[in-house]
Ligand binder design. Structure first.
Ligand code: NCD
Ligand code: ZN
Length: 357
């Protein structure tokens, strides 16, 4: 990583996004370029309708992603399987061995967007977990308790105690990524959890606490799952990403929903942060005085955990302030656009990704 003496630009190994929702169809067309222009690879979430539950579906989705890419952008989508209670172990193993599935995603049923087909009872997927442990395939966990008696702000901490601790005891060699962690409890759990456990952390959970959703009215643009928590949790997450521990790495959880879907009476969970994700993380590292640690978090710890090579391309961030547009216009085709509210809409960010690499 080259830090300019005046610190007015940073060149870093090109990062990867270890958790992103690229969607499908028109939305895929509108958003994929925002991720691919900055990130060299991304772990693509499988919560489509219908979800990605076969090797063939993942291959076909990968092709759709590649053909939606703007011309000339090198980008590798890393596909994930959506675990269901009747997913067959041999299918999962075949998909992994054939390099179609990089990992498998565990959604507790009804925990979040398009998770109805998820797992209601962890015991029902024992065979799958045994297989994954044996072949070294990472399990990506949406870590929230779905019992409606549990307060929404406590769901992550409950999930760890009730489900993740027993699961990791049953499968001590299973490689687990707790996705988009939001609490001090999760930070502590992951940093003491040993070499088989890691976590992704989003830009939005580093910038906002739960007040953002209620500032001067109800602001659904800041609603995502797991929901943002109290300030002390945000501070714990900032300490985690800036502390230089390899168990925490970049995963944006960029989750686009149309404005109509966000602003309805039952608005969808998800924050669309792909257009300025790297700048958003850079802001945090700079505020914490550790810009020199951005590269390892963004570009090294993720591949190390997944056992993948580091990228040998680079990207430059320039210290040039930019105002994030109030509306993101994602081009679908010649004459049509998907309009989305991006994270940081209307705010000033201090860094800008250089487009002439
Ligand atoms: C995600 C989505 O919209 O697909 N939403 C979100 O709030 N993060 C699903 C998820 O990752 O939970
Ligand atoms: Zn997600």
């Amino acid at each position: 990583m080259a830090l300019d003496p005046m610190l007015d630009q940073i060149t870093l190994r090109q990062p990867d996004d270890w958790h992103v929702h690229l969607r499908d169809g028109a939305m895929l067309q509108a958003v994929v370029g925002s991720t691919a222009r900055v990130f060299r690879r991304a772990i693509v979430m499988p919560n489509l309708r219908p979800p990605i539950t076969t090797v063939e579906a993942a291959e076909a989705y990968r092709k759709r992603i590649l053909s939606a890419l703007p011309d000339g952008i090198p980008f590798t989508p890393l596909m994930t399987a959506y675990l269901t209670e009747d997913f067959a172990s041999d299918v999962l193993e075949r998909g992994y061995r054939e390099d179609v599935f990089t990992a498998a995603k565990f959604y507790p049923a009804h925990a979040t967007t398009n998770s109805a087909a998820g797992v209601s009872d962890l015991r029902a997927i024992n065979g799958l977990l045994e297989t994954m442990e044996r072949i070294g395939m990472p399990l990506l966990v949406h870590g929230e308790e779905t019992d409606s008696d549990v307060d929404i702000f406590d769901r992550e901490a409950f999930f760890i105690e009730r489900h993740l601790v027993p699961l990791m005891n049953r499968y001590p060699h299973l490689r687990v990524v707790m996705e988009h962690i939001t609490t001090q409890e999760a930070v502590q759990f992951v940093e003491t959890g040993g070499a088989n456990l890691a976590a992704t952390i989003t830009p939005h959970h580093l910038h906002i606490n739960r007040n953002a959703m209620f500032s001067g009215g109800f602001r659904s643009d800041f609603y995502c799952l797991p929901v943002a928590k109290r300030e002390r949790h945000r501070l714990a997450l900032r300490r985690a990403v800036t502390g230089g521990q390899p168990c925490f790495f970049l995963g944006t959880d960029s989750a686009p929903h149309s404005r109509a879907a966000k602003e309805s009476a039952c608005g969808c969970a998800g924050i669309f942060n792909a257009p300025h994700a790297l700048e958003s993380y850079a802001e945090v590292f700079e505020q914490e005085g550790v810009l020199d640690r951005l590269e390892a978090f963004a570009s090294e710890y993720g591949p190390a955990f997944y056992g993948l090579p580091l990228n040998n391309t680079s990207i430059t961030l320039i210290r040039r302030a930019q105002v994030v547009p109030a509306i993101f216009e994602g081009q679908i085709d010649a004459g049509s656009f998907e309009y989305l509210v991006p994270f940081h809409a209307g705010e000033m960010l201090g860094w800008t990704v250089s487009l002439d690499q």
